[in-house]
Structure formats: structure tokens, C-alpha cells
Design a protein around this ligand. Structure first.
Ligand code: PD2
Ligand code: ZN
Length: 289
């Protein structure tokens, strides 16, 4: 470290500042840094101030990162003025809860009970054990972390699916073409979906081929098609939040980067009694073909 010679004044030089940053980056604690500086002739007040300045600059940097709106456009409902309802053309959707970081918004009344029943009926004859995308290969496989049955509707495959997709596009200000086909999942008692991120891991070898179809996922909307008797909430461990699965409601979350710093780890808690049906809409950066 840059020592201090008694002849020069005690000022925080760029060299000293860099040394403090490097040490802190290597995991040296603030008290240990101050002690190291003291033992090399630095005045304690100067050492404390230098370390405090460094910590403040780091915190400012972190706060900036979190407060900045993402540099890329993102799906986002119009909720800046805290409306209680959002008009999506054919329906007034309730805004029940919002969280900034992670970005989570809970909606009520997105689908009518009849629409929920019709989606379940249309899906139920086409269900198979759920597959998950394998980012190692770009393929799909049965996954023990996801003990539900599922199917995908084609985008716009029926007037009802089209109407729901138009509603979602308007609610989240995101092009209908950027959405994957609606996926329906059915969980029986005991079934769950262990915590995961919905974006594709950029470090996995199969991810580039997955991203060719519309880029990364940047948002998820999970629509509850029925109300299980017990259990089956959607959990967000980083936010210590659990969303109750109420028929017709939907939880939205977005992630500007494919990174855990988005704090969008989430899972489907085990269903304890009854069944659980959901429809998930994943939103891509670009047109999903
Ligand atoms: O069923 C859920 O609550 C759930 C939990 C986590 C659904 C998804 N992920 C999903 O469809 O991505
Ligand atoms: Zn998920």
C-alpha cells in the first residue's frame, strides 16, 4: 500500500483511493483497512474518511444501478400514477399490489371465471407431463423440479386465446408478437415448480439457439385459472413474497437482464389440497416466431 511519510501532508491521493478500492474488492473489511493504513503512518481520521468515501461511492453506484430505468424497453403496465384499475379495452383490470425491485405487479379480474373455465377445458384434452427448456442443449426434457402437466396454445389459435393475448399486450404495453404461446399448467396435490429464473442462462451452450427465436425473455405473466383449496402460491424467495393463486388474477414480473440481481427467482409452492391451473405468458425482447 502507499505508505505515508511524515514530511508530506495527509491527503487522500488517487493512488491511496485505488489501493482502498482494490483491497475492499478483495474482501478486506473496513476496520482492517483502517488499521493497515494506521500502521503505515496514516492519521486515523484521514484513514476513516478515505474508507468512508470509498464505501459511500460504492453504495451510490449500487443505488444508481437499481434506480435507473433499464436502458432497453421493457413490458410495463401504466401504473406511474397508482391507478386502481387499468382499462384494457374490454375489461377493467385491478391493480392489487406493486413492488419496484424486483418489479412485481399483481392484477385482479384479468380473466372472467367463464374465460378461466373455457381455457382449462380447451387445454385439458391436450395435457402432457411438463417439459422444461434445457439450456445446455437447446432441447426440452422432463424435469423433476416441475411436477405438473402442461400444454401450449398457438398464439391466436382461437378467438378466446386471441382476446386474452390482446388484453395482455395492452396491459403490459408489449407487442402481441413478442409473446410466446400461452402455456397452461395443471398441478395435482403435491405437485410444485421449484424456484428458478425464467430467463435463459447466458452461460449455457444451448442458449444462443434458444435466443434466435425472439431474444431473451424479459417478463412473465402467470394467470391463475382456478383457486386451489390450499397451497400452490407463487413464491419469490428474494422478495420473501408469496402470491395467493386466486382465479382470474395474474402476477407479472420483469427482468431487464438475464441475471439473479433482478431478484426474480420464483417458484410454484406445492399444492396441498385441490388442483391448481395456471396459464403463463412469457414475453420476449423481439418477435417470437
Ligand atoms: O405455478 C406457478 O406459480 C409458477 C411458478 C414458477 C409458474 C411458473 N414459474 C412459470 O410458469 O414459469
Ligand atoms: Zn417460472
Amino acid at each position: 500500500m502507499p505508505g505515508h511519510s511524515p514530511a508530506s501532508p495527509q491527503t487522500i491521493t488517487p493512488e491511496l483511493r485505488q489501493w482502498i478500492i482494490d483491497q475492499a474488492g478483495a474482501g478486506i473489511t473496513a476496520p482492517a483497512l483502517i488499521e493497515a493504513m494506521r500502521s503505515r503512518g496514516w492519521n486515523e481520521d484521514v484513514a476513516v474518511r478515505a474508507v468512508e468515501d470509498m464505501l459511500r461511492a460504492r453504495l451510490d453506484g449500487l443505488a444508481q444501478q437499481q434506480a435507473q430505468p433499464p436502458a432497453v424497453p421493457m413490458p410495463e403496465p401504466d401504473i406511474a400514477e397508482s391507478p386502481l384499475f387499468i382499462d384494457v379495452g374490454d375489461r377493467q383490470v385491478q391493480v392489487l399490489l406493486t413492488m419496484a425491485q424486483p418489479r412485481i405487479v399483481l392484477f385482479g379480474n384479468l380473466l372472467s371465471p367463464e374465460e378461466c373455465d373455457t381455457v382449462i377445458a380447451g387445454a385439458s384434452t391436450r395435457m402432457a407431463r411438463s417439459l422444461t427448456v434445457v439450456t445446455q442443449t437447446g432441447g426440452q426434457e422432463i424435469n423433476d423440479d416441475r411436477t405438473s402437466d402442461g400444454m401450449f396454445f398457438q398464439r391466436g389459435e382461437s378467438p378466446l386465446i386471441q382476446r386474452i393475448e390482446e388484453r395482455i399486450a395492452r396491459l403490459l404495453n408489449w407487442p402481441i408478437e413478442n409473446g410466446e404461446g400461452l402455456q397452461v399448467l395443471h398441478y395435482r396435490p403435491g405437485a410444485e415448480y421449484k424456484p428458478h429464473h425464467d430467463y435463459f442462462d447466458p452461460t449455457e451452450p444451448g442458449t444462443p439457439s434458444i435466443l434466435r427465436r425472439g431474444g431473451q425473455r424479459v417478463g412473465t405473466l402467470i394467470i391463475y385459472l382456478n383457486t386451489p383449496e390450499k397451497g400452490g402460491g407463487t413464491i419469490f424467495p428474494d422478495a420473501q413474497l408469496e402470491v395467493a393463486p386466486q382465479r382470474g388474477n395474474a402476477v407479472f414480473f420483469s427482468y431487464a437482464r438475464p441475471d439473479p440481481s433482478t431478484r426474480t427467482l420464483h417458484g410454484g409452492a406445492p399444492v396441498i389440497a385441490g388442483d391448481k391451473w395456471i396459464a403463463t405468458k412469457w414475453l420476449r425482447e423481439r418477435e417470437f416466431k
